[in-house]
Design a protein around this ligand. Structure first.
Ligand SMILES: *[C@@H]1O[C@H](CO)[C@@H](O)[C@H](O)[C@H]1NC(C)=O
Ligand SMILES: *[C@@H]1O[C@H](CO)[C@@H](O)[C@H](O)[C@H]1NC(C)=O
Ligand SMILES: *[C@@H]1O[C@H](CO)[C@@H](O)[C@H](O)[C@H]1NC(C)=O
Ligand SMILES: *[C@@H]1O[C@H](CO)[C@@H](O)[C@H](O)[C@H]1NC(C)=O
Length: 244
């Protein structure tokens, strides 16, 4: 590998001069961050310089789709429409440009998908679709839109597997906690995912907390639902056990 050491020095000198020309004058942006939740992705950065107001060039390099470039004079940019592929990974870099001069770039990586998680990647968050719940005696009927319909993303059209944990914080009281697994397809009638959760009627509770956890196209989602359960009579002589 060891070539002519003179060449390395020459190249080094060449780059030093090049860098001075290109990066010399314009200070780079600072503190680049991304806030990404429910497919709303916004970049923020800082810029403080005595020199004239620069234009910022934002370069988006997705892992799967085509790279894009956007220019702005503000220190934030909503890139949702440029990063709309739900299951992609994005590298975004920002430079400050004054005339022909371009600053060094600052970059950030983000993704919603666990397939692309690493230490450097900012992990975006997605909410579990809004859940409706109604109580009929010892049964809680829950329903929500399939994530592909809720977020209107064709790339989320696949079987949605999720679990419902009844009273997730009471694991020390085994008969109070129940976990059940479910799945829902994107072509369900009205895109509606529906299921029933049975509550042990002999346990007198006023509030039941349901934790919903799932993964769609490698994107984790979860939510809590606090459901009011009418107080029941204490178990009487003709108490019949209920299936959970
Ligand atoms: C970057 O953030 C740090 C800490 O919040 C702050 O002190 C600094 O002034 C910021 N940089 C710029 C250029 O605003
Ligand atoms: C830097 O940007 C953050 C947003 O990322 C903003 O909250 C903060 O006020 C900015 N700081 C300065 C010094 O401009
Ligand atoms: C319902 O709760 C009672 C009292 O805590 C318990 O003994 C019983 O095993 C529970 N039934 C089921 C089906 O889990
Ligand atoms: C459920 O909601 C009720 C009424 O808003 C509240 O009093 C109760 O603390 C909530 N329980 C939990 C576990 O959030």
């Amino acid at each position: 590998m060891s070539g002519d050491p003179g060449l390395g020095i020459q190249l080094g000198l060449f780059y030093a001069i090049l860098c001075q020309c290109v990066f010399g004058v314009v200070p780079p942006p600072a503190n680049l961050s991304v806030v990404c939740h429910n497919f709303k992705n916004v970049l923020y950065w800082n810029y403080s310089s005595a020199v004239q107001q620069p234009t910022f060039t934002v370069n988006l390099i997705p892992y799967e789709s085509k790279p894009q470039t956007v220019k702005t004079s503000q220190t934030h940019l909503d890139i949702s429409s440029y990063s709309s592929e739900a299951i992609d990974h994005y590298v975004v870099s920002v430079t400050a440009d004054v005339g022909q001069e371009i600053s060094e770039s600052l970059s950030v990586e983000f993704t919603y998908s666990t397939d692309f998680y690493n230490e450097k990647t900012h992990k975006c968050t997605l909410d579990f679709p809004a859940v409706d719940a109604s109580v009929h005696k010892d049964v809680i009927e829950v329903s929500f839109k399939h994530p592909s319909a809720f977020y209107e993303r064709a790339s989320l059209e696949e079987e949605f597997e999720y679990t419902i944990i009844l009273n997730p914080s009471s694991s020390s009281v085994p008969h109070l906690q129940e976990k059940s697994s479910h799945s829902c397809f994107e072509d369900e009638l009205g895109y509606l995912c529906e299921t029933k959760v049975h509550v042990n009627q002999s346990v007198v509770v006023q509030w039941v907390v349901l934790k919903f956890e799932g993964k769609i196209a490698s994107i984790p989602v979860h939510t809590y639902k606090n459901v009011s359960v009418p107080q029941l009579e204490p178990a009487s002589g003709n108490y019949k056990p209920f299936r959970l």
